[in-house]
Design a protein around this ligand. Sequence first.
Ligand SMILES: [Zn+2]
Length: 281
Amino acid sequence: MHSHHLEQRAEIGVIGGSGLYALLDQVTEITVGTPYGAPSDSLFLGEIAGRSVAFLPRHGRGHKLPPHRINYRANLWALHALGVRQVVAPCAVGGLRPEYGPGTLLVPDQFVDRTSGRVQTFYDGLPLPDGTVPEVVHVSAADPYCPVGRAAALAAARDQDWPPMDGGTLVVIEGPRFSTRAESRWFTANGWSVVGMTGHPEAVLARELGLCYTSLALVTDLDAGVETGEGVTHAEVLAVFARNVDRLRGVLFKAVEALPATRDCICSHALDGVATGLPGF
Ligand SMILES: [Zn+2]
C-alpha cells in the first residue's frame, strides 16, 4: 500500500463493474499496491448509506482482463489492506436450469471449482517480496459464503421486488470460452445451478483473509446445454447485464446498508488461533 494512501479506509468492498458505483456522489480514486502485484484497477472509495465502500472493477476499466488473468490475490489483499472486512461480489453467470433464465438473481451457497492453473491461496509457503514467509494454513471452505451477507443480499432483493433464488451451486469454469453442450449438461445433471468464471478463487481467497464474501449471481443467459439456439454469445451476456444493472445496483446498495457493523460469522472466525505469517495480520 502506498504510504500517502494510508489514511484511506473502507469497511465494505464491492468487486464488480463500473456501472455499480458510477452514480455515487463522491468517489475517490486511489491506487493500492500489494505484495502480489497490482489489483485489476484503481480502487474507488465512496459511501453508501453512511457505510464506507471500496469498489474494484474486477476486469479493470474497459474490461481488459479475462477471468483467468485477474490477479485475485492482489484484489483481495488490496481490499483487506484498506480495512475492508466484508465483500459483496456481483457476477454474471449462465443458468443451468430452464427456470433460471436471463434476469434471474441467485445468491449461491456453494461452488464447484472447474478452473485450472489459477493461484488460489495466500498460504503457498513462498516468501513475499519483504522476506516474510506465510505459514501453511488450511481454511475451511465447507460453507464458502458468508451466511450473514447472504441473508442481507436475499432480503435486499426481496425488498426491491426481485425475488432471488436462495442458495444453489455456482460452477466456476476456467474460460474464457463458454461451456460445450456436453459440459453444460453434465453440470446440470450434477444438480448444479449456474456457471461463471470468476467465483473461484475469489471466494476462497476472501476466506483465507478472514473476510466475509457474498456472491450476487445475475443470470445473463441459459448455458449451452439448456438453451435451444446457437449457444451463448458475449454480446448477449453484455446486453442482459446492461438491462439489469440498475436493479442489481439497487440490491447491492440495500445489501451494503444491511451488513452488520461488527461481525460474528464463520468468516470472521476463519483465522481464530491461526498464526498466518502474513504481514499485517
Ligand atoms: Zn461473514
